[in-house]
Structure formats: C-alpha cells, structure tokens
Design a protein around this ligand. Structure first.
Ligand SMILES: Cc1cc2nc3c(=O)[nH]c(=O)nc-3n(C[C@H](O)[C@H](O)[C@H](O)COP(=O)(O)O)c2cc1C
Length: 177
C-alpha cells in the first residue's frame, strides 16, 4: 500500500464493489446527469463514440428487467439502471471496438457512482443466451443496436470491503515470464 491511497479518486476505484441490494431512495436527476456525463467521457476507439444510454427509473420497467435478466436480482431493489448500448451500424465491417468502448463507459459509470456516494453492479447482457433475447425486448432497440450491459445503481444496502493489493504472479516485467 502506498500513500497514494489518500487520494480520493484512488479510493473510489479501489472501493468500487458489486453491490446488489439497494435502499429505496431515489437518485436525484443531477446525479444521473453526472453519471451520464462520465459515461460519455470514456475513451472510444477512433473517437467513433457508438454508445447510447437508456436511463431506467420507472419501477415497472426495473421489475421487468429483473425478471428478464437471470442474474439481475439487483434491479428488484435498484431505483435506477443505465443500459449501455452500442450502435453497431456506425462501425466499419468487423470492427468490434464498440465492446471495449462500452466497457470503458460502464466502468466510468460505476466509479462515478461510488464518487457520488452511490453503489452499483455491472449486469452483462450481450452474448449471453437466452438472457440477451429476454432483456433486449424490454428496451425495444432497433436491430443494429446491442444492449451490452446494464448498471444497476442506487444507495447501497450492503457493505463490502474495498479492493487492496496486487497479485504478483500476474505481473510481468518488460516481457512475459
Ligand atoms: C463483464 C462483466 C459482466 C458481469 N455480469 C454480471 C451479472 O450479469 N450479474 C452480476 O450479478 N454481476 C455481474 N458482474 C459483476 C461481477 O460478478 C463482479 O465484478 C465480480 O464478482 C467481482 O466483484 P467486485 O465487482 O465487487 O469487485 C459482471 C462484471 C463484469 C466485468
């Protein structure tokens, strides 16, 4: 551990944990805007920016998503969800960088949530079957739009320890080995 741990941003990154139980308190619109601003701020390959975001704060829709997503119980209590979606039609043939773009945006959302006193969890959608086929119709996007993942968000109702330390066996210096 280094002195850098006193830096609040480092604390938010290490403190981010997957929280799947939430208090009923709503997330104020200004915070939602900040989460979206952080999502849009993520790096994007060739600056193509293929992402769209669906903000869900309607209880009935959150419940429908929780039912459709086999690992989406978190949305039963979360007052907010943000689906990270990619418009694949703007990508050159065979360019899959929208997946990495979406992952970067998702991580920004989760770290920004932590910084705002919120918690969240990443719920994968794309390429999990039959999950994707069950969840996608709840949103009803056009066929060229992929629902990559959903962030379930809110004030946490469970506490988890922050991450600490590194796995030395997974660190290689200059070359593998
Ligand atoms: C690509 C990806 C997909 C994930 N999908 C799910 C999911 O469908 N349901 C879920 O409860 N958690 C999901 N998670 C959260 C992981 O289970 C979690 O990050 C992992 O257990 C480590 O815990 P931590 O986030 O508290 O560090 C996903 C995480 C990633 C990065």
């Amino acid at each position: 551990m280094t002195n850098f741990h006193i830096d609040p941003t480092i604390g938010f990154i290490l403190g981010r944990r997957s929280v799947r139980k939430f208090l009923p308190n709503a997330v104020i619109p200004e915070m939602v805007t900040t989460l979206l601003e952080c999502a849009f701020a993520a790096p994007s390959a060739h600056n193509r920016r293929p992402l769209h975001f669906i903000v869900v704060d309607d209880r009935a829709t959150l419940d429908a998503l929780a039912k459709a997503h086999d690992s989406g119980k978190a949305m039963e209590t979360a007052p907010l969800a943000i689906a990270v979606c990619a418009d694949t039609s703007i990508m050159p043939e065979g360019d899959m960088a929208w997946i990495e773009d979406a992952a970067a945006a998702m991580e920004n959302i989760l770290i920004a949530a932590r910084a705002l006193g919120l918690e969240g969890v990443w719920l994968k959608v794309m390429d999990r079957h039959p999950r994707e086929e069950r969840v996608t119709p709840v949103f009803g996007p056009p066929p060229h739009v992929k629902i990559v993942a959903i962030a379930a968000l809110g004030y946490g109702d469970e506490a988890k320890d922050p991450h600490r330390g590194v796995n030395e066996e997974r660190i290689h210096r200059n070359v593998w080995g």
